[in-house]
Design a protein around this ligand. Structure first.
Ligand SMILES: NC(=O)c1ccc[n+]([C@@H]2O[C@H](COP(=O)([O-])OP(=O)(O)OC[C@H]3O[C@@H](n4cnc5c(N)ncnc54)[C@H](O)[C@@H]3O)[C@@H](O)[C@H]2O)c1
Length: 258
């Protein structure tokens, strides 16, 4: 059990990668605070088979200032402390650069960048107060490594995650709080169903074609599955990563080399 008795907050816990990571952390002995903007009934349905005494489901929107502090307060109230933050919630959108809107920019940056940063800050304040170090894992993307003509805002919002990960790692190193990121490639989750639909619209393709093509282009020969991300999520949250900080690890079947 690599996370025995650790307390972990996981955002975006009702879907995709977040849901897979919750299951992995629970298997490894953690107590988990599951955060999602979706109703608690969605969270409850996803986790009906898991040990209720080690789970706290919180409906919260990480773009809301009050919700950020509420996530931290309620975690401490229920489990006494916070050891791990898996900072994973995000939204996707895309469109031709010349048509990109303020609204789309605001939506993506408020969740993917601002919400990510301020939840990291709030959790870190609690970890500093506790004085026992901690682990923060921020979800970036291969989209954060390189711009894309149709995906400008999302790419930029995820590049910012890599930069904040580096700055926070340096700021929090004296407190023995490790801050690292993960950059997935293409992962078969509900988010990718949306991505595929948007590529179909803007590249005039049949539905499903983009998804098939990106899967075939991965050096390891397929799209990732949510479970493919859980090994890195566990490693970076565990004591095995005590001497690793400020890194963003590519978990993408070989798509990106850095
Ligand atoms: N799927 C991919 O191909 C892929 C690739 C690279 C990076 N990622 C990143 O991995 C992470 C997880 O992606 P996924 O594919 O599992 O996505 P997903 O859409 O399946 O899950 C994201 C979850 O975040 C929640 N969420 C959205 N906005 C929120 C908010 N304001 N407050 C709280 N919760 C909110 C959603 O309700 C959803 O349950 C994201 O950061 C995403 O950018 C995904």
């Amino acid at each position: 059990m690599r996370l025995q008795d650790k307390v972990a907050i996981i955002t975006g816990a009702a879907s995709g990668i977040g849901e897979a990571v919750v299951r992995r952390y629970l298997e490894e002995g953690a107590r988990c605070v599951l955060v999602d903007v979706k109703p608690q009934s969605d969270l409850a349905r996803s986790y009906a088979d898991l040990p209720a005494e080690r789970i706290l489901a919180v409906q919260a929107d990480i773009t809301q200032r009050n919700d950020i502090q509420r996530i931290v307060d309620i975690s401490v109230e229920r489990f006494g402390r916070i050891d791990i933050l898996f900072n994973n919630a995000a939204v996707f959108d895309m469109g031709p650069l010349l048509d990109e809107s303020w609204d789309s920019f605001d939506r993506m940056f408020s969740v993917n960048t601002k919400g990510m940063f301020f939840l990291m800050q709030a959790a870190a304040r609690q970890m500093v107060k506790q004085g026992h170090g901690g682990k923060i894992v921020n979800m970036s993307s291969q989209a954060g490594r390189r711009g894309e003509a149709l995906v400008a805002h999302y790419c930029a919002s995820k590049a910012a995650v890599i930069s904040y990960t580096q700055s926070a790692a340096l700021a929090l190193a004296p407190h023995r709080i490790n801050v690292n990121g993960i950059a997935p490639g293409v992962v078969d989750t509900p988010m990718w169903a949306q991505v595929d639909g948007l590529f179909a619209k803007y590249e005039n393709r049949p539905l499903g074609e983009k998804k098939r093509l990106v899967g075939e282009a991965v050096p390891l020969g397929r799209m990732g599955l949510p479970d493919d991300l859980t090994g890195a999520a566990l490693f970076l949250a565990s004591g095995d990563a005590d001497y690793i900080t400020a890194q963003t690890l590519n978990v993408d079947g070989g798509n990106w080399m850095s």
